[in-house]
Design a protein. Structure first.
Lengths: 96, 472, 485
């Protein structure tokens, strides 16, 4: 059974911060969802079955080792207003 | 109570392919930040990776050069963790089906250091911490890496250094990386533990990450060995942790503040397809491999008759060994050529870096000409040395530096006459010599050398002079 | 019946100019979108620019390409250069792609007139369109009901006559279910037939882009145009058989599979509708084949385990560093990332990320992810065997008709259960098309599914077309809203 602690651990791994008020509701949801997923426990595994690997038969899809011009830095930084001196900037702390 | 050092390495090597592992951006080192990027390598929503063919080929070369078995069917996996230099929050790597497995490198002692696996993966971007902020450059993101994992077979710092140097040299020779540690194209994580001599069980190990200098590796290992021994001898236990080498204080430090051990939740990369390589393709790659360092050293010793130390020194620098072989292409004057290189030419390249670059102003053909003249005794070794210095200074070939006359050499008759003249003109010195002043001989032979402009065969001149003087 | 061909004809014969046609659609969008909430962004300027280009071509007497000048829409998880693309999530608010998805590049090269980006469940996670940051899209047949999800916006727009066709995406039913709810044709192609490059990923080994249109012909025209091999997508193969040319082929002798498991837990009126359809097929000369696929029992949990695992990884990149929403108060980078994600993602997305992280985590990987992968293989194998017995499988699309608004289930699992008929083909990477087959007592459309073997879109569209031809009046209702031409 999924516990409150499990939920906190998973949230931390998934980089989600859960407010105290949310934890109980989320735990309840997770318990139900995992219960639903547990249905596969009853499935008898066919010992012969290989590990599922490819959904279609495409194999060896490679790109040739030839340089194609990179995107303009302006475009790369476009969604961060051009960045700072050409870098993506994250201020280590921001409080308003 | 004797303690034993136990070490293994995880070595990351940047491959020198033209393009990144999953996109066609250039892998060039340096460059303004974020100028070698595209939607794929900065992980924009919707962008998809595609594997660089040469990355697979280079990795197979690395595996074959280290005696690994190459997997016919292989795949890529996602290693999930969050860090600002990893734009997708996962690194595409290989988990349980690496391209190469079960190889080894042989040390000079004959001992084999086993290689557990070699796999391919992408590098992350670079973080710069400044003014309390974090700046991120993704140029390096997506640069192809091979990770070479050794078994914990190493038992001394000397073995460790030799292992890294041999690994580095092999990768250089097969042309898969420029392995410049100072530029970060070869980085090591050192796993180190200690145990009492004779004990079979392994002790708890610590990991010293991201070392890119062999001398620092040696220092860090020494410090860590002593640290661990001290703890155990005082009854404590070693904490399994990741540490960092502090070169200013020459200590290793715990990387405090790091998150609990990451759960990487590996699973197969669904955006990439199976890699299938036939044995025939592997053989074709094997055939294309150049001579490996240890094969070249053996050739230099056994076929060319060079002493081991000379052979190893020549091979140590790839461009030097290439220069040497080019210079010896049409002759068999291996020893003479080697001596010129290891002596005078090396003196012009005092640092390791300079020997790696091998910017020798004399093309190998010119050296070859000089060697040929020396072997044919058309010029004396003295002359050859002087001429080589002039060649290194001017870059000119022998033909431009020595005239016909110079090359004529002195025949014995002429030499005899000059020696007779020397004895005649240096009566005082001759008398001093006959009276026991051995040093006086120098003046007489000096006269001969001056008269012949240094072209006289010093050994023969001495013989003739002794003959003449003894009859006095 | 093909709206695309009809409009193509009107344009080619200069009965209407492309600008006029586009203006008609834009006017109707302005009127109807307030109710339907199908569009989250209208790109009128760009649409009219393209329309002008098309009119120039027409005035020069140049022949038109099949999709040229046809007003259409893209689900908002398909990247459009310079046009905000949000996946209807707060975390991608303001994100403007710097490149086009390959499918959009293809349609752009045909001068398709993009009217705007349409509404969807956040990150394509949902079955009602209601998890959208912008609120749900409504069902044009009855606006007290949802359009469906996750491609609810496309279905609402096409069904409401404010787009001729649209491209949606289908991971567990997200094209077929809204098509079914809104009385439209929705095709999920074989995995790999259509490039995923530029599709903002939910579950990489399940996602496929496909058309939602008002007729089988239109779906076939669009499918043929977009199912091209793309070298940027390593999993891409393109289509094997073109569909349009074989639509009118006779289906005499075609073997149609009826699989027991597909009819369990289905509402009676829907079951009856499919049985009616089976009779129509028999009259057309097809042969019904009855069998079981017991592996289908595990399809739902297998889907949710694997899709959420991939999603938890795909959505890891949303951290506010390079694009999108970033929280405005934080102590350090880790705090910034966690707060950004928690503030930016909606509840359903968070649940699925949590499930995905859980099933991949140490200690649970073997029991969940690994086992689900093996079962996936078993389901794939079972379908391969099924298609030795029949050419296509006939099944319901959804166990119900469109849910009422604010479909807040007692628990999240109740919604997941409604995906029971659609997820199996995503697990097996097979093609499937949903076409209308009737209406329920409230007048809400009922949909049926034709499922085919890998790359046999030609067969399923052929079967769909033949059925459509005999039943068009019964199964389609042309609504008196939007553009009526």
């Amino acid at each position: 059974m999924v516990t409150r602690d499990d939920v906190l651990k998973i949230a931390k791994l998934a980089k989600l911060s859960v407010e105290d008020e949310e934890i109980d509701a989320l735990t309840k949801d997770m318990i139900e969802i995992i219960e639903f997923a547990n249905a596969i426990n009853n499935a008898v595994e066919d010992a012969e079955l290989e590990d599922f690997d490819d959904i279609n038969s495409v194999v060896n899809a490679f790109h040739e080792d030839e340089v194609v011009e990179s995107f303009d830095r302006e475009l790369i930084l476009k969604n961060r207003d051009g960045g700072e001196d050409g870098y993506f900037l994250v201020k280590n702390r921001l409080t308003r | 109570m004797s303690w034993e050092l136990v070490t293994g390495f995880e070595t990351h090597i940047e491959l020198s392919t033209k393009t990144k592992i999953f996109c066609n951006c250039a892998t060039e080192f340096g460059g303004e930040p974020n100028t070698h990027c595209c939607p794929v390598c900065i992980g924009l929503p919707g962008a998809l990776p595609k594997l660089n063919k040469n990355v697979v080929i280079y990795a197979i070369k690395a595996g074959l050069a280290t005696n690994c078995k190459i997997r016919n069917i292989s795949k890529m996996d996602r290693k999930n963790y969050v860090y600002p230099d990893l734009p997708k929050a996962y690194q595409i790597s290989q988990y349980d089906k690496p391209l190469c497995e079960d190889g080894y490198i042989t040390l000079s002692s004959g001992k084999k250091i086993h290689i557990a696996r070699i796999h391919i993966e992408e590098d992350a971007g670079k973080l710069v911490h400044q003014r309390g902020n974090t700046y991120i450059d993704y140029n390096r993101g997506g640069v192809p890496l091979i990770e070479i994992v050794s078994q914990p077979d190493i038992r001394s710092i000397e073995e460790a250094v030799e292992y890294i140097e041999k690994l580095r040299l092999i990768m250089k020779y097969i042309g898969v990386s420029d392995v410049k540690m100072q530029e970060g194209s070869l980085r090591c994580d050192v796993n180190i533990s200690v145990r009492r001599k004779g004990e079979e069980k392994f002790g708890t190990r610590t990991e010293i990450k991201n070392m890119n200098s062999i001398s620092f590796i040696a220092k860090a290992m020494e410090y860590e060995f002593n640290r661990q021994v001290e703890i155990l001898e005082s009854g404590g236990t070693i904490e399994q942790e990741t540490r960092r080498y502090n070169s200013d204080l020459n200590i290793t430090e715990s990387m405090r503040g790091k998150e609990d051990a990451d759960d990487y939740r590996y699973f197969r990369e669904p955006d990439l397809v199976t890699i299938s390589i036939t044995n025939e393709e592997i053989e074709n790659i094997r055939k294309e491999l150049p001579e490996l360092p240890h094969e070249k050293i053996r050739k230099f010793i056994e076929e060319y008759g060079l002493p081991q130390a000379d052979a190893e020194l020549l091979v140590k620098y790839k461009k030097i060994s290439e220069y040497f072989e080019e210079a010896c292409k049409d002759t068999r004057s291996y020893k003479t050529t080697a001596n010129f290189i290891l002596g005078q030419i090396f003196r012009r390249l005092p640092t390791d870096a300079e020997k790696e670059e091998a910017n020798i102003p004399v093309p190998p053909q010119y050296l070859s000409e000089l060697v040929a003249l020396t072997e044919a005794k058309k010029i004396t070794s003295n002359m050859a040395r002087n001429t080589l210095e002039k060649m290194l200074d001017t870059g000119k070939p022998v033909g431009e530096l020595l005239s016909e006359k110079d090359l004529e050499g002195i025949d014995e008759g002429t030499l005899r006459r000059i020696c007779e003249k020397a004895v005649e003109m240096n009566e005082a010195a001759v008398n001093d010599y006959l009276n026991g002043k051995k040093k006086a001989f120098g003046a007489i032979i000096g006269y001969v050398m001056r008269e012949t402009k240094g072209k006289a065969d010093a050994v023969l001149a001495e013989k003739i002079l002794q003959e003449l003087i003894s009859t006095k | 019946m093909s709206r695309i061909k009809y409009l193509n004809h009107l344009l080619a014969t200069k009965q209407i100019s492309c600008v006029e046609l586009t203006e008609k659609y834009l006017k109707e969008i302005e009127k109807e979108n307030k109710t339907l909430n199908a569009y989250v962004k209208v790109t009128d300027e760009a649409a009219l620019d393209t329309a002008k280009k098309v009119d120039e071509k027409i005035s020069k007497g140049e022949p038109l390409m099949p999709l040229e000048g046809i007003p259409m829409t893209l689900k908002d998880n398909i990247s459009t250069k310079d046009i905000e693309t949000t996946c209807c999530s707060k975390i991608l608010e303001g994100y403007v792609p710097i490149y086009d998805a390959t499918v959009w590049e293809i349609l752009k090269s045909q001068n398709a007139v993009l009217l705007g980006k349409t509404n969807m469940d956040e990150f394509a996670m949902g079955s009602s369109c209601e998890t959208s940051y912008f609120g749900g899209a409504l069902n044009p047949h009855d606006t007290s009901h949802v359009a469906g999800g996750s491609s609810g916006g496309v279905a609402s727009a096409v069904g409401g006559n404010i787009a001729v066709y649209g491209l949606g995406s289908d991971t567990g039913g997200s094209i077929r279910q809204p098509a079914s709810f809104c009385g439209l044709v929705g095709l999920k192609p074989t995995y790999g037939a259509v490039s995923r490059y530029g599709l903002i990923a939910y579950a990489s080994s399940f996602d496929q882009i496909g058309p939602i249109a008002s007729s089988v012909e239109d779906a076939a025209i669009v499918y043929d145009a977009i199912s091209l091999y793309d070298e940027k997508d390593a999993t891409s193969c393109g289509s094997r058989y073109k569909a349009y040319d074989v639509l009118a082929n006779s289906i005499k002798g075609m073997k149609i599979g009826i699989v027991k498991e597909y009819f369990e837990g289905i509402r009676d009126d829907i079951k009856a509708s499919i049985e009616e359809a089976a009779k129509v097929y028999e009259e057309l000369g097809a042969e019904m084949v009855y069998f079981n696929i017991p592996e289908l029992k595990y399809a739902l949990p297998v889907y949710y385990i694997l899709a959420c695992a991939e999603a938890s990884s795909n959505l890891g990149r949303y951290d506010g560093i390079r694009y999108g929403y970033r929280t405005s108060n934080y102590r350090d980078i880790n705090d910034m990332i966690c707060k950004t994600r928690s503030e930016g993602f909606g509840r359903e997305v968070k649940r699925r990320i949590m499930l995905g992280t859980y099933v991949l985590s140490a200690g649970y990987y073997d029991a969940y992810y690994k086992k689900a992968q093996k079962l996936r293989g078993a389901i794939l194998k079972a379908f391969k065997n099924a298609f030795r017995k029949c050419d296509v499988i006939l099944a319901p699309t959804v166990p119900t008709t469109a849910f009422e608004l604010n479909f807040t289930a007692k628990d999240p699992v109740e919604t997941y259960l409604t995906d029971i008929c659609t997820v199996p083909v995503n697990i097996a990477g097979l093609p499937a098309v949903s076409i209308p087959c009737g209406f329920d007592s409230e007048g809400l459309p009922i949909g049926m599914q034709l499922i085919g073997d890998s790359f046999r879109e030609d067969k399923i569209l052929n079967a769909a077309y033949q059925y459509e031809q005999c039943t068009a009046d019964r199964i389609y209702k042309k609504l008196e809203i939007g553009v009526r031409l």
